[in-house]
Write a protein that binds this ligand. Structure first.
Ligand code: HEM
Length: 409
């Protein structure tokens, strides 16, 4: 039985500026709620369940009966001339690791995990530090800097391009493709034609890179993925394409936003910044707390495979479910003083990277980049503050991050 209807304008400036009072009200009054209008690039139908409490989200994300697959495409819902484009757009998404269940997920995850191990990622620390140092060198004689464009957007691009093995010069173009993808997948209004063109160019580019790497293997992740095998099984070209497409989508804007959010939060809560400056060994718990407080991925999608009941609501097989990680991260039943930023917070089991079998594969890489960034900035610049009115959030329901952030030295 559907008890309540969620009536939320996800893109309203008030909600985007501060969604947390709305989440608090929803957790208290309607923690599981239906929205008949909501749809994103993950769902083919219109209408979905939204879940806001930590415990409910945890049980959904760890439940093998709940699927990560996308629902079958209902092409008849779309105008005839758009159907070809729609089915093409869904094709790669449907095949990627993020949208697959076991046993396919287990096989893909095991192959990619071989190349994406913690040791390899930790070994990138020096490279990340060099990147950060050279970016900060450029700030030396400036009195003001726009942080997102001049730092947060550059570091993950350089790191990912070096890791995967794509030329850095191509990343401005890749960045534009990824931005379109994030908006489309997150449910923002994006022209289908533009999306189709962007996706086609993006996939062609990846395919071209796969061909070049196959001809000439190097020391990079794409070459390792080409060579990775388990029991004689290799990734097909299509699977490789899906994997690289996902790594670029999942690993780029999330990290840009996480780096921007972390610096912004420290400036917004000066007593926490002071604490960190006095004791830089708190940087690791500080990173976790900023990821809890402003989750770069606000919600994730799941699909009900069977009927089940949640908080008195009947969720039917085939219905879309959105788990609001950002709300779970502020749930007072899980986090004491959940609305306060506390960089020393112990046992911070936030859902910034999700949980369960799809737990973020790039978490270690993202954490390393945020940690080195914060530490180096604080060490190099003993004093800086936020320019009055010098920030603006991105107009996206799914990706929480800043469009710009002006720092004054
Ligand atoms: C702060 C930055 C990041 C955040 C907040 C983040 C967040 C997430 C979340 C919430 C999930 C779970 C999705 C789900 O369960 O449906 C996820 C999965 C994933 N992430 Fe990240 N991510 C970040 C950085 C990265 C990076 C740097 C990479 C790789 C270069 C990456 C690659 C992936 C992949 C491949 C998955 C899918 C794993 C699977 O399906 O088994 N992420 N990420």
């Amino acid at each position: 039985m559907v008890t309540t209807e969620l009536n939320l304008d996800y893109l309203s400036p008030e909600f985007l500026e501060n969604p947390y009072p709305t989440f608090a009200k929803l957790r208290a009054e309607s923690p599981v709620v239906w929205d008949s209008k909501f749809h994103t690039g993950f769902s083919s139908g219109v209408g979905a369940w939204h879940i806001f409490k930590y415990a409910d989200i945890q049980s959904i994300l760890r439940d093998r009966q709940i699927s990560s697959e996308m629902p079958p495409l209902e092409l008849e819902r779309y105008p005839a001339e758009a159907r070809e484009i729609i089915s093409q757009l869904f094709s790669i998404t449907q095949k990627s690791i993020l949208f697959s269940d076991p046993p396919k997920h287990t096989r893909l995850r095991s192959l990619v995990s071989k190349t994406f191990t913690t040791q390899i990622i930790e070994g990138m620390g020096l490279q990340i530090q060099e990147n950060v140092n050279s970016l900060l060198d450029n700030w030396q004689n400036t009195q003001e800097i726009e942080f997102i464009e001049n730092f947060a957007e550059i570091l993950p691009v350089n790191v990912l391009s070096d890791l995967i093995g794509f030329p850095r010069k191509d990343y401005e173009t890749i960045n534009n493709w990824v931005k379109n993808e994030v908006e489309f997948l997150g449910g923002s209004p994006v022209s289908l034609e533009l999306m189709y063109q962007s996706r086609t160019e993006f996939l062609n580019y990846i395919q071209e890179q796969i061909l070049q790497h196959r001809q000439h293997l190097r020391k990079d992740l794409l070459s390792d993925l080409i060579m990775a095998q388990e029991e004689g099984y290799y990734l097909s070209d299509e699977e490789l394409q899906g994997m690289i497409w996902l790594l670029l989508n999942a690993g780029y804007e999330t990290t840009v936003n996480a780096i921007g959010n972390s610096i912004f939060l420290l400036l917004k809560y000066p007593e926490q910044l002071k604490l960190l400056r006095e004791n830089l060994s708190l940087v690791e718990t500080a990173v976790e707390e900023t990821l809890r407080y402003e989750a770069p991925v606000q919600f994730i999608h799941r699909l009900a495979k069977n009927d089940f009941e949640l908080q008195g609501n009947l969720i039917k097989a085939g219905q879309d479910i959105y788990a609001w990680l950002a709300s779970a991260n502020h749930d007072p039943d899980q986090f004491s003083e959940s609305e306060s930023l506390n960089i020393t917070r112990p046992n911070n089991q936030h859902f910034g990277f999700g949980t369960g079998i799809h737990l973020c594969l790039g978490a270690a890489l993202a954490r390393l980049q945020i940690k080195i960034s914060i530490k180096s900035i604080l060490q190099r610049f003993p004093e800086f503050h936020l320019r009055t009115g010098g920030y603006k959030g991105k107009p996206s329901a799914i990706a929480r991050g800043l469009k710009y952030l002006w720092l004054v030295f």
